[in-house]
Design a protein around this ligand. Structure first.
Ligand code: PLP
Length: 395
């Protein structure tokens, strides 16, 4: 007998995956140049040449037994040292290999964190709408309950006042994602500071830790002078989930980490719990080849400027057509208000013009759509005609 919950999860595609598959189908009918697929967050800029060359060098020069062998469960110590060194250079921190656990991307990092801290049934993980849809799956399959704080309009920053009402003695962690998928908003330093003040107060009140889990696959995708505040500097009980999927355009290679700062309460036990969670999930020894690639490339990024150009093209184009959009400071998503209350209907209408947009109901924000602009700039320009037709329908 199979597990019926797993059957449900596996037999139903996400709205994003449905759209992505639909896009492939209609591309055959209309030609790919006439389909405007804004559904999925697959990076559209290549991995830098120097990283690719380093990969080739590893494959040709490194001892294959080491390159394709197991590493320590938590990752090769020299790789973790290189990642820690890079973080210290950038954030003036003091991490070492002892603060890192290498993973197969941010999804695994998140699951490991949830499993390591959720101990009682119905321990709660609190997040803010809009949120990455997979959070519910990751939290629930690790025994917890996802609690969602409604969005703070119009800026979609953290609503600390509202959050206080959602924290209870069952709260195990607050989960944030900045730059945010799907809103593109970067939580400001002020927001992070007031969040930290509230969490310290609540930890004292309840007499147990409330962790801050920061999901940061888009950390480096920030535009202009905007920066993602580095949470361990503001709150000791932080766990950082990172991935090279977006910054180095390596989503298929499955490489990332969990960062566990030494300042955390009961650090040694927490690190052991992270290792235990990785072990119980089978997330040990992240891909060795891509671990080794990080030794020389931990701080490099693809050409992320391209996403800024896309942001400008799309935001300016859509607002000119009368659409109301949240101004994105980072990531590669634009959050747009729909011209009718039912986002599903709006997206169905958009399909008539071969525009594939994701209704944001599953992100916790009905009445909005997510537009993933990790696409060719040329496609954004060509899509404007279709967006115009869609806007005209609602005049
Ligand atoms: N968290 C967020 C907010 C994401 O957008 C994604 C992927 O799109 C992930 C986590 C998962 O990232 P990874 O591919 O590194 O597992």
């Amino acid at each position: 007998m199979f597990n019926s919950e797993m059957y449900q999860l596996g037999s139903k595609r996400s709205v994003i995956r449905e759209l992505f598959e639909f896009g492939k189908q209609i591309s055959k009918k209309y030609g790919p140049e006439n389909v405007f697929d804004f559904s999925i967050g697959n990076p559209s800029v290549p991995t830098p040449d120097e990283v690719k060359e380093d990969l080739i060098k590893l494959l040709t020069e490194k001892d294959p037994m080491a390159l394709h062998g197991y590493t320590s469960a938590q990752g090769d110590p020299n790789v973790r040292k290189a990642v820690a060194y890079n973080l210290n250079q950038r954030y003036k921190t003091n991490f070492s290999e002892k603060n890192l656990y290498m993973t197969v991307g941010a999804a695994a990092s998140l699951c490991i964190c949830f499993r390591s801290i959720i101990s009682k049934e119905a321990d709660e993980i609190v997040t803010f709408a809009p949120f990455f849809t997979e959070y519910r799956v990751f939290v629930e399959s690790n025994g917890g309950k996802l609690v969602v704080v409604p969005p703070k309009l119009p800026d979609f920053q953290i609503d600390v006042e509202k959050l206080e009402k959602y924290i209870t003695p069952k709260t195990a962690a607050i989960l944030i994602n900045s730059p945010n998928n799907p809103s593109g908003v970067i939580y400001s330093e002020e927001s992070i500071k007031s969040l930290s003040t509230l969490l310290n107060k609540k930890q004292k009140e309840y007499g147990h830790e409330i962790y801050l889990i920061s999901d940061e696959p888009y950390r480096e995708i920030c535009y202009g002078d905007k920066k993602t505040p580095f949470v361990t500097k503001y709150y000791n009980n932080s766990l950082v989930c990172y991935s090279y999927s977006k910054s180095l355009s390596l989503p298929g290679e499955r490489i990332g980490y969990v960062l566990i700062p030494s300042e955390m309460s009961q650090f040694d036990q927490m690190y052991a719990a992270i290792c235990g969670a990785g072990r119980s999930l089978g997330y040990i020894c992240a891909p060795t080849l891509f671990q080794f690639l990080l030794i020389n490339n931990a701080g490099k990024t693809s050409n992320l400027e391209v996403y800024k150009e896309n942001r400008d093209l799309l935001y300016n184009g859509l607002t000119k057509l009368g659409f109301e959009c949240v101004y994105p400071d980072g990531a590669f998503y634009l959050f747009m208000k729909t011209k009718e209350p039912d986002a599903y209907k709006f997206c169905e209408n958009a399909k008539k013009y071969n525009l594939l947009l994701v209704p944001a109901d599953d992100f916790g924000c009905p009445g909005y759509v997510r537009i993933a602009y990790c696409v060719k700039g040329d496609m954004i320009k060509r899509s404007m005609e279709s967006f115009k037709k869609l806007a005209d329908e609602y005049k």
